[in-house]
Ligand binder design. Structure first.
Ligand SMILES: Nc1nc2c(ncn2[C@@H]2O[C@H](COP(=O)(O)OP(=O)(O)OP(=O)(O)O)[C@@H](O)[C@H]2O)c(=O)[nH]1
Ligand SMILES: [Zn+2]
Ligand SMILES: [Zn+2]
Length: 254
C-alpha cells in the first residue's frame, strides 16, 4: 500500500494467473481492514476535492490558468518547462511550482531561466495535493492573467488521483518508457487533456511502437490530444506552443 496517500485499492486488487485463462482471483468477502482503507481513501480524496475547488475559484478570480504536468520520473518535465519559458516566456507571463520529494534542483533550473518559481518538497509524499498547491500559490503570488505550470512529483500513479484545481492536465511520456503504459496506468492517461510523447529523437534507438502507443491511449482516453516532440532537440515544440496558446487563451499563434 502507498502509506502516504492511502491510495491502495485492496478491494479492487486482482491476482491473475495467465495460464488459467487470465481470470482474476477475487475475494468473495471484504476484510474489515480493507473496508477501513477504502473509507480512509475516500475521506482523503473528498477533503482534497474541496480544497481543489477552492483553488479553482482562487485561480479563476485572477484569470490564472494552471497547467498540471505529470509523468514518470525523468520523462522530461523540467526540460520541457525550461525550453517553454525560454521560447515563450517573453511573450506571456509564466510562473512555476516545482514538486519533488527532496532537493531544489528543479527550482534552480527554472530560476536560471529568469522565471519565478516555488519548490514544494513532499518528503515521503508521492504526489502534490490541493493543500500544498494552495500554500504554494499564496507564496508564489502569480500575476493576474498569467499561466502557472505545476510540475508534479515524478510518479505515474498517485498524482492522477489528486485534483489540484488546475485548468489543464498534461501527461508526458517518453519513448524510453514503453508503448504499453496507457493500458497499465489508465488513471493517469484517462484524465489527460493532452499527452506529450517526448524524446522522439531516440526513436531510432529504442524499441517503441508509436502506433501501438496511440492505440493503447485511445482505448483509455479517446479525447486526448497527442503531441510528439523532443524537448531537447526542439521537434514538435511549435505544436505544443500552438496547443497551449489555444488552450489557455494566450492569444493568436505568432
Ligand atoms: N534525448 C532526449 N533526452 C531528453 C529529452 N527531454 C529530456 N531529456 C533528458 O531526460 C533527462 C530527464 O529530464 P528532466 O527534464 O529532468 O525530467 P523530469 O521529468 O523533470 O524528471 P523528474 O523531475 O526527476 O521527475 C535529462 O537528462 C534530459 O536532458 C528529449 O526530448 N530527448
Ligand atoms: Zn501514493
Ligand atoms: Zn523535473
Amino acid at each position: 500500500m502507498c502509506a502516504t496517500c492511502g491510495c491502495s485499492d485492496e478491494a479492487g486488487t486482482r491476482v491473475i494467473d495467465p495460464e488459467a485463462g487470465g481470470h482474476g482471483h477475487g475475494h468473495d468477502h471484504v476484510h474489515p481492514e480493507t473496508k477501513r482503507t477504502v473509507l480512509l481513501e475516500q475521506d482523503i480524496l473528498a477533503a482534497n476535492d474541496l480544497l481543489a475547488e477552492n483553488n479553482r475559484g482562487w485561480l479563476a478570480e485572477r484569470a490564472i490558468h494552471a497547467v498540471n504536468l505529470m509523468s514518470s520520473p525523468g520523462s522530461g518535465k523540467t526540460t520541457l518547462l525550461e525550453r517553454t519559458i525560454r521560447e515563450l516566456g517573453r511573450e506571456f507571463p509564466m510562473t512555476v511550482i516545482e514538486g519533488d520529494q527532496e532537493t531544489v534542483f528543479d527550482a534552480d533550473r527554472i530560476r536560471a531561466t529568469g522565471c519565478r518559481v516555488i519548490q514544494v518538497n513532499t518528503g515521503a509524499g508521492c504526489h502534490l495535493d490541493a493543500d500544498m498547491l494552495a500554500k504554494a500559490l499564496r507564496t508564489l503570488d502569480p500575476p493576474n492573467r498569467s499561466t502557472v505550470f505545476i510540475e508534479n512529483v515524478g510518479n505515474l500513479v498517485c498524482p492522477a488521483l489528486f485534483d489540484l484545481g488546475e485548468g489543464t492536465r498534461t501527461v508526458i511520456m517518453s519513448v524510453t518508457e514503453g508503448a504499453d503504459k496507457p493500458g497499465k496506468y489508465p488513471h493517469m492517461f484517462r484524465t489527460a487533456d493532452v499527452v506529450l510523447l517526448n524524446k522522439i529523437d531516440l526513436l531510432p534507438y529504442v524499441d517503441f511502437d508509436v502506433d501501438m502507443f496511440l492505440t493503447a491511449l485511445t482505448q483509455v482516453n479517446p479525447r486526448s490530444r497527442v503531441l510528439q516532440m523532443s524537448a531537447t532537440g526542439g521537434e514538435g515544440m511549435d505544436d505544443w506552443y500552438g496547443w497551449l496558446r489555444e488552450r489557455v487563451g494566450l492569444g493568436p499563434t505568432v
